[in-house]
Design a protein around this ligand. Structure first.
Ligand code: PLP
Ligand code: COI
Length: 355
């Protein structure tokens, strides 16, 4: 398929690279010079193009805007000291992309086309990849419905677009989080496992309220009873309890995170017991009280490994240890960075080489 992937490239006449301040890279605000744009029509993907980053011309009636037939992915590219560029586990994002597409009645994109078209864009933008510690190129593929039609039914046409942003850290400090006991992100039978745009739109009001109450993030809980842990805003949530890595098992209410899967694989490599199961708020809070909870963090592409600094439940704050003293999450972060920047052997073949 790669050989037949014919991408028309139109390069920008005015690169913004030289004017970009790489010492100040707020997440998702600085875009590279180019984007990939692909159309779906007549039952096939066509018009593969890399064009200068810029506005699109679209009908105001497209069903993505009215009914939310839209979803996205997030992955990162890294530059190694020898100049090699790699993308971290793009095959995982490719398969999750198609799970989201399936749930939203949108067309499948063959996984090799997803990976190779993204690699072509990243190859062109390689000068944009920051090299400072913890920095990378965030890649944002997304698909949305483009039929100009106000009936509620699946569109027949779509666009697949990929944007790139040089980024540093998403969270700058340990997070003060609360267990959400009123709002719900997703319920059984819903589409919480898809990276649907609507999942994020619906989370903004709860986040706004949590921020007003002084929290950096919230931990979603189950829709029925609000007694079991699900995930964080833009990350899966993981704990070290009694020396075991404990995390909610993925199901239709939870996004099956690539970072989560990676952390589990590292823990297993190190011989650490891993439990993927229902996790109650009560046991996490009990662990915080009696000291058996030694680590808690969010795991996500943008978030990387984001330590929880304090947890809040039922009116009580449970402070956690200083993140720099936590054995597990520190080791994970160090190991993951070493693999991603090509400083440690990539024994799981997680790095996809570009170019
Ligand atoms: N959960 C949600 C809701 C997310 O938005 C993300 C971010 O992508 C994750 C979990 C973590 O997934 P991943 O590690 O694949 O980025
Ligand atoms: C990602 O980590 O790719 C995400 O989706 C986070 C994003 C919502 C900011």
């Amino acid at each position: 398929m790669t050989d037949t992937l014919d991408i028309k490239i139109t390069k920008t006449q005015q690169s913004r690279l030289a004017q970009t301040d790489f010492s100040n890279l707020p997440f998702g605000q600085i875009f590279t010079d180019h984007m990939l744009v692909v159309d779906y029509a007549d039952g096939e993907w066509k018009n593969f193009q890399i064009v200068p980053y810029g506005p699109l011309e679209l009908s105001p009636a497209i069903s993505a805007l009215h009914y939310g037939q839209a979803f996205f992915e997030g992955l990162k590219a890294y530059k190694h000291a020898d100049g090699k560029v790699t993308i971290f586990r793009p095959d995982k994002n490719a398969s999750r992309f198609n799970k989201s597409a399936d749930r939203l009645c949108m067309p499948q994109l063959p996984e090799d086309i997803f990976v190779n078209s993204i690699a072509a864009l990243v190859d062109l933008e390689r000068e944009w990849i920051p090299t400072a510690p913890g920095h990378s190129l965030y890649i944002r593929p997304f698909m949305f419905a483009t039929d100009p039609y106000l009936g509620v039914s699946p569109s027949k046409t779509y666009k697949f677009i990929v944007l790139c942003c040089p980024v540093g850290a998403y969270f700058s400090k340990p997070l003060r989080v609360k267990f959400e006991s009123h709002y719900t992100r997703s319920a059984e039978g819903g589409f919480g496992y898809a990276k649907a745009a609507g999942n994020y739109g619906g989370s903004m009001e709860p986040f706004k309220r949590a921020a007003e109450e002084g929290f950096d993030q919230l931990i979603w809980t189950d829709a029925k009873e609000h007694l079991y842990v699900e995930e964080m805003g833009a990350a899966n949530v993981m704990f070290v309890l009694d020396g075991k890595l404990v995390t909610p098992s993925t199901r239709d209410t939870i996004l099956d995170g690539v970072t989560r899967d990676t952390v589990i694989a590292l823990a297993r490599d190190w011989g650490m017991p891993v439990e993927e199961r229902r996790v109650s708020i009560a046991e996490v809070v009990e662990g915080a009280k009696n000291g058996s909870l030694t680590d808690a963090f969010g795991a996500g592409t943008a978030a990387t490994i984001a330590p929880v600094g304090a947890m809040h439940y039922d009116g009580v704050d449970y402070p956690m240890s200083d993140p720099s003293t936590r054995e597990f999450s520190q080791k994970v972060l160090k190991t993951l960075n070493a693999i991603r920047y090509g400083e440690a052997p990539d024994t799981h073949n997680w790095n996809f080489l570009v170019g």
